[in-house]
Design a protein around this ligand. Structure first.
Ligand code: PEP
Ligand code: MN
Length: 359
């Protein structure tokens, strides 16, 4: 997919993040036009609003549907803004394109569903010029995310991008959807030419988290942000806790620090060389540790001892965490590292015991 094209947005300053903003849902003509007018005043040029809302349970506000597309078209006509909405099936695609939508996005529940994705891709064969952003599937499955992008690519769409909106987990957490930044980073490595937007609103689920998540995104060099903004967030019919007024959005954007991620200074190169060397050393030492662990496995086998010895495991973990903390590291981090190392040791020793592997 190396001929994916960058989506070119009108009136966006080069070198600045691309900001897509607007309410979670288009609720009324007045709400759409008031929000758009304020966003326009603060320099936003790409307007988002959900017309069909995929809700977890029935009975909630499911969007006003096709009628809202006229309000978005009005935003385009009145302010010259580009307009974006979510589509989840072929009839949404047809209606959105007919209304002059510039940019469509595929929601997280839809990108998790290959049948829906294929239906949308088949429909888009007739509209190859449209720009499409694919949100990550709700579950942390990079292959499924790439697969959804690939279905659109195979249908001939080239102006493709991705939106990282975090991943569902069970239970209450600080984030509504876990960011798992390594997944969009790996997506960038796999498809370097694909623009990646961060959706801090759906990752955080709370308006206070929009600024820090946006800053993290910029620090990692992602291309832009899609942020929910409503003229009156407290009255929003969906996602009210995570929406901000256009004014607040403007101050969030203005405080973002955009660092240069292309130029690397000589100093940075020297530091990176040191990191490379340290990583080599770490891996050599780790492999020596695993070798000794296998010898222990052999001993346990010969003496009929169990592989997992809880007391030893607890002692190792406790003493290493303490040592790491004394050296200024985070205890949870050291614990996670040692749990991973221990798990691998157990796996190697089990291999020896079960498969008669020699060391
Ligand atoms: C949205 O952008 O309003 C939305 C429904 O997002 P997601 O698909 O990420 O849940
Ligand atoms: Mn939303």
């Amino acid at each position: 997919m190396n001929d994916i094209e960058k989506i070119v947005f009108k009136n966006i300053e080069p070198g600045r993040p691309i900001i897509i903003a607007g309410p979670c849902s288009a609720e009324s003509r007045e709400q759409v036009l008031t929000t758009a007018a304020e966003l326009y005043k603060y320099g936003i040029r790409i307007f988002r609003a959900g017309v069909w809302k995929p809700r977890t349970k029935p009975g909630g506000f499911e969007g006003v549907g096709i009628q809202a597309l006229e309000w978005l078209a009005k935003v385009k006509e009145q302010y010259g803004m580009e307009i974006a909405t979510e589509v989840a099936n072929a009839s949404h695609v047809e209606a959105a394109i007919k209304a002059g939508i510039n940019l469509i996005w595929i929601g997280a529940r839809t990108s998790a569903n290959p049948f829906a994705m294929q239906e949308i891709a088949n429909c888009l064969r007739n509209y190859k010029d449209i720009s499409v952003l694919v949100k990550n599937p709700i579950n942390p499955d990079l292959e499924l995310w790439i697969g959804s992008i690939e279905r659109l690519y195979n249908a001939g769409i080239r102006k493709l991008g991705a939106i990282h909106r975090g991943f569902s987990v069970y239970g209450q957490h600080m984030y509504r959807n876990m960011p798992q930044w390594h997944i969009p980073i790996e997506l960038r490595r796999r498809l370097p030419q694909l623009q990646i937007f961060t959706d801090p609103s759906h990752i955080g689920g709370r308006r206070e988290l929009i600024a820090p998540i946006s800053q993290q995104s910029m620090d990692m060099g992602f291309d832009g942000l899609i942020i929910e903004s409503h003229c009156n967030p407290e009255m929003a019919l969906s996602d009210k806790a995570q929406q901000v007024t256009p004014e607040v959005l403007n101050s969030i954007i203005n405080t973002l620090v955009i660092r240069d991620n292309v130029q690397t200074t000589e100093n940075l190169n020297t530091l990176r060389q040191q990191i490379d060397q340290i990583d080599n050393d770490l891996l050599e030492i780790l492999s020596k540790r695993m070798q000794i662990s296998k010898e222990i496995g052999q001993y346990k086998k010969e003496h009929n001892l169990t592989v997992f010895q809880a007391r030893r495991h607890d002692d190792v973990l406790r003493s290493r965490v303490q040592y790491g903390v004394n050296m200024g590291m985070d205890g949870d981090f050291v614990k996670a590292v040692y749990q991973a190392i221990h798990e691998e040791s157990v796996r190697l020793q089990m291999n020896i015991i079960n498969n008669n592997n020699s060391i």
